[in-house]
Write a protein that binds this ligand. Structure first.
Ligand code: FAD
Ligand code: FES
Ligand code: FES
Length: 485
């Protein structure tokens, strides 16, 4: 990140190769800004991250030091967050009269009818087209999991995706991947809201020390990371912040650090970055990531933001509780480490002080070998959990040496199923043990009725969950090597 913070009332963004100035109110999202510039390809379908009609590509740093074209929901992203950044919209993909290969395939294979969703599909598809390892893996259709189409049907879109070859040797966006992404510019953007006349401020400091100092002077400042939660608050609930403190690009809060005793995940690393860089090395998280929202959301959403919401139905807490994770909370007073099990104190309440940031999540080593992440939701992808359960279990000589179970969606806070853990530990890993534990398991929570699920359904899901976990593990080497009975 560049060191100097500049006071300014305009932000500069390179869009499709041309520098454009943003000077709207700080709550303006990137979609509205782009459309105000005449770039009307990206559309508003839902304004809450559900449809992908607003997808664009942004240049983000790759772990190899180059650039990764990353698709994001422009309806959720604050326009000011693009200051100093590079964006490519569906308009920028065509080269004069020559359409881009992604556009060509979508056209010839009938991937578009009314066309409302098409620029969003094109952007998500183009980001996947430029994924460096696509040539080995083939097109990952999950790259389109955040894009909805209501009239074409998905088969022609899938055909277009699967027909894509590799970028041509002279493809400028492919070549751009070899150079570093623009470093996130330190920004102090201030502008009056034309509707209210009130000044709004968007600050992205250069360092963590600067960020904690801002927060100590103004603990009321609104901390924003990937804005996948915050953007919905702004668009749907009309939330307006006087002072935004953006922490998504702070280097000290990004990356993965490994020691002999723990793996530390930077709170501002996005879920996609963690998914890619952990590459299955924490298997429980590897099972969680694909079930979290969509690729578009995971490209923006941070792990710190998921814990920052304090939500009882966030997906990372059940998994992180099972992994016995700790949080590093940092303020001007220094850093403290707290167990995630002690973090949640009530409905959307936590022990985090107003001037503290979640800076990292630590996962202790060694990891228990038997793991599962069960997400019960109305849709398989791109939905919030009704119930989520994370398991991490260690079997030694056919006996349950350690059981850790995290629950979400069954109480006012995420919680550990400590009574069930105690009941399992020291017993043989058999269906009999599992059935006995399943009887008391539902009593761990106080499920309630809401629009996602009834209390009765949630209770039933808990009761069947342990048996499902047992069945999932039948062929696990830790189980088969020391069979009981
Ligand atoms: C369409 C859609 C689908 C979704 N699906 C899922 C899903 O499947 N599972 C799920 O769990 N969630 C889901 N979400 C919710 C959201 O994407 C996640 O909670 C995400 O992890 C939030 O991260 P963020 O970086 O975008 O947070 P932001 O929106 O930037 O911030 C969220 C909150 O956390 C606080 N915060 C952010 N970073 C920090 C920090 N470092 N320290 C302290 N406080 C901080 C902010 O002040 C704010 O209150 C979905 C959202 C949408 C729009
Ligand atoms: S407009 Fe629907 S995801 Fe952005
Ligand atoms: S082509 Fe009409 S919504 Fe997709």
């Amino acid at each position: 990140m560049s060191a100097a913070t500049t006071d300014q009332s305009t932000a500069e963004v390179t869009i499709n190769g041309t520098v454009r100035k943003f000077d709207g109110p700080p709550h303006t999202n990137a979609l509205d800004f782009l459309r105000s510039q005449g770039l009307t390809g990206a559309k508003e379908g839902c304004a809450e991250g559900e449809c992908g009609a607003c997808a664009i590509m942004v240049a983000r740093p790759d772990e190899s030091g180059g650039t990764r074209w990353t698709s994001v929901n422009s309806c959720l992203l604050p326009a000011a967050a693009l200051d100093g950044g590079e964006v490519v919209t569906s308009e920028g993909l065509a080269d004069g009269d020559s359409v881009h290969p992604v556009q060509e395939e979508m056209a010839v294979r009938g991937g578009s009818q009314c066309g409302y969703c098409t620029p969003g599909f094109i952007s998500s598809m183009a980001a996947e087209y430029y994924r460096p390892d696509r040539c080995e893996d083939g097109f990952d259709l999950h790259a389109l999991s955040g894009n909805l189409c209501r009239c074409t049907g998905y088969r022609p879109i899938r055909d277009a995706a699967n027909a894509l070859g590799l970028p041509a040797a002279d493809d400028a966006l492919a070549a751009r991947r070899d150079r570093p992404a623009p470093s996130a510019r330190a920004t102090d953007y201030q502008r009056a809201d034309t509707a209210t006349g009130k000044i709004g401020r968007y600050r992205r400091p250069a360092t963590l020390a600067e960020a904690t100092s801002i927060l100590s002077q103004d603990p009321e400042a609104t901390v924003v990371a990937g804005a996948t939660d915050w953007g919905v608050e702004v668009n749907i609930k009309g939330a307006r912040a006087k002072n935004i403190l953006a922490v998504d690009r702070l280097e000290e809060m990004r990356g993965i650090r490994r020691t002999e005793s723990f793996v530390e995940l930077g709170a501002s690393h996005t879920l996609s970055e963690l998914e890619r860089e952990l590459n299955g090395s924490i298997p429980l998280l590897g099972k969680l990531f694909p079930q979290f929202a969509s690729r578009l959301i995971r490209n923006g959403a941070t792990i710190g933001g998921n814990l920052g919401t304090g939500s009882p139905i966030g997906d990372t807490p059940p998994a992180l509780l099972a992994l016995e994770a700790e949080l590093v909370l940092t303020s001007v007073r220094g850093s403290r480490t707290v167990a995630l099990a002690d973090y949640f104190t009530g409905y959307r309440q936590t022990i985090r002080e107003a001037d503290e940031l979640i800076t990292a999540i630590r996962i202790p080593l060694p990891l228990s070998p038997l793991t599962s992440f069960q997400k019960i939701a109305k849709r398989r992808f791109d939905d919030i959990s009704s119930v989520a359960i994370g398991y991490a279990v260690d079997i030694q000589d056919g006996m349950i040496a350690k059981a850790r179970i995290g629950l979400g969606g069954v109480a006012a806070t995420p919680l550990r199923a400590t009574a069930t853990e105690a009941l399992l530990e020291g017993r043989p890993w058999t269906l009999e043990t599992v059935h006995a534990a399943a009887e008391t398991f539902p009593a761990e929570g106080t499920p309630m009725d809401d629009h996602r699920a009834s209390a009765k359904y949630r209770t039933a899901m808990l009761r069947s969950s342990l048996e499902r976990f047992y069945a999932e593990q039948l062929s696990h080497p830790a189980v088969t090597s020391k069979e009981v009975n």
